[in-house]
Design a binder for this molecule. Structure first.
Ligand SMILES: *Cc1c(COP(=O)(O)O)cnc(C)c1O
Length: 402
């Protein structure tokens, strides 16, 4: 495993670039990708990094260098991917509830498209007929994922075309002569249970006979990585083994060879990220002490948005006596990062680091309270490079008409 970035290095980076600061460890990203490749060795598989987890152009370029492809949630992400140098055929666009205009724009870029509504599928068929192969995002009615907010494949989810609409899909495919190349599902995030993927795969395998031109089964992303101490992520080698077996059996039974695609986001970049904050003030709380840091839900909203847990380390005083803290932000909202968290004694001025801060962290940041977004640094082969400068006042005024 790539050695983690040491406390000393993190402190040096915080001193050099200031806080709050996002630090990403490139070697760790490559390592994750290689774990996927080795688990799926021998399979006809493609991985598309779900760019929405972290879109800094330097990260996208690095991911491209590793050989991984890219999955986009918006046409703008697709344009960023092109800007980063990805070839159109290595870009996948899996949208939800977008306008038909945006889908046409994606089509004009020459990228792979998964469509997630009957109405857009119909319009696509009417406009492009058989000329442009396309994927269908289905809602498989499977409950999966770390919590309801990050579950996307269940029967009450807004994502995908419900399986119940299969007949309508088949009719309009016939009517408009659509070329259905891909069947896609993405059932949620933080799916630990390997069998959930197999269950989804079985749903899609059952549909294959209805789509004679099908070439690809796209099982989406959602691999779990450990966030809490002692937690385990998705068993990727076991997943690789089971998926390979399932495809082999399917080919032997039906004579049809299909490629399998995945769209990992968190798995690729969660663990590469460190978010360094500085403690501004300490205050008494009822059963703990508030440690108020120089950040808040404007920079890292996952704990407040869906109760996510991030390990926090006091890198300035790692040997301090353990005490209990509520780690909170400086935004005029109740922005609690962690409650009743035992940390080595925290002093004003200490650096607190949040782990697993690569995926959906900077990416969900905002200018709320007119605070600046943090700087971002990429560490590669031991060298640190500033990949986004800290905001300044002009960034808050940009676009406003005076
Ligand atoms: C967000 C998303 C992913 C990535 O999910 P992770 O949990 O980060 O792996 C993959 N595919 C689609 C369609 C998504 O929306």
């Amino acid at each position: 495993m790539a050695a983690a970035i040491s406390h000393e290095q993190l402190i040096a980076l915080a001193n050099e670039f200031g806080t709050p600061l996002y630090v990403y460890h490139a070697d760790r990203i490559q390592e994750q990708y290689h774990k996927l490749l080795s688990a799926f060795e021998g399979a006809d598989v493609r991985f598309f990094y779900a760019a929405k987890a972290l879109t800094n152009i330097n990260i996208l370029r690095y991911i491209k260098e590793t050989g991984c492809q890219v999955d986009c949630s918006s046409v703008n992400e697709a344009k960023l991917a092109l800007h980063a140098g990805f070839a159109p055929e290595h870009i996948l666009y899996t949208s939800n509830n977008v306008s038909f205009d945006e889908i046409c724009e994606a089509q004009s870029l020459g990228i792979h498209i998964n469509i997630d509504s009957l109405s857009n599928l119909r319009k696509f068929g009417q406009k492009f007929g058989h000329a442009y192969p396309v994927g269908i995002r289905l809602r498989p009615n499977i409950m999966a994922g770390g919590n309801l907010k990050i579950s996307t494949g269940h029967a009450d989810s807004k994502f995908g075309i419900p399986l119940e609409n299969l007949q309508e899909v088949l009719e309009l495919v016939k009517e408009t002569n659509l070329f259905i190349r891909t069947l896609h599902i993405h059932t949620g995030s933080e799916i630990k249970d390997v069998d959930i993927f197999i269950k989804g795969l079985d749903v899609l395998f059952d549909l294959v006979p209805r789509f004679p031109e099908l070439e690809v089964i796209d099982l989406g992303g959602g691999f779990k990585v450990p966030y809490q101490p002692g937690e385990e992520g998705t068993d990727i080698p076991a997943l690789g083994k089971k998926i390979k077996e399932a495809f082999t059996v399917f080919r032997e039974k039906t004579g049809r060879h299909l490629q399998v695609w995945f769209e990992p986001g968190k798995y690729m970049v969660s663990e590469c990220g460190y978010f360094i904050t500085k403690v501004n003030v300490l205050k008494p709380a009822v059963n703990a002490v508030f440690a108020g840091v120089d950040s808040g839900l404007n920079h890292l909203i996952r704990p407040m948005f869906y109760g996510s847990y991030h390990v926090i380390e006091n890198i300035s005083n790692p040997q301090g006596a353990p005490r209990v803290y509520n780690v909170v932000g400086n935004i005029c909202e109740t922005d609690t990062f962690a409650e009743n968290r035992t940390l080595p004694e925290v002093r004003e001025g200490d650096y607190l680091v949040f782990l697993n801060a690569g995926a959906y962290c900077f990416e969900m940041s905002s200018h709320y309270n007119s605070r600046f977004k943090p700087a971002e640094v990429l560490v590669k082969d031991g060298n640190a490079k500033l990949i986004r400068k800290r905001d300044e006042l002009s960034d808050l005024l940009r676009g406003q008409m005076e």
